[in-house]
Write a protein that binds this ligand. Structure first.
Ligand SMILES: [Zn+2]
Length: 90
């Protein structure tokens, strides 16, 4: 039996399967969206929901995960754009 990949959202802290989440990774001190899910880097996950992007800005989980002091504004904009463009959040 194959185990499902369960990950925790950095926004709402809910556990979900990988296909319900967006992967973000830290590369060369920048945090980017890993749209292919294949980047070799330390990753974190967030739901495909705008409300979770909002939560991401406010909590410390992502800061801990990537050892950063601030949640990058650009990352949040990128995530919002990505979710809207892909129509994930209906
Ligand atoms: Zn979430």
């Amino acid at each position: 039996m194959k185990e499902k990949c369960i990950r925790t959202c950095m926004g709402c802290n809910e556990k979900k399967t990988k296909n319900e989440l967006i992967r973000i990774v830290k590369r060369d001190n920048t945090i980017v969206i890993d749209k292919t899910g294949k980047l070799q880097a330390r990753g974190a996950y967030i739901c495909k929901r705008l409300s979770c992007v909002e939560k991401l800005k406010k909590n410390k989980r992502i800061k801990k995960a990537f050892q950063i002091n601030e949640v990058p504004e650009e990352l949040c904009c990128e995530l919002e754009k990505y979710i809207k463009e892909s129509n994930f959040d209906k």
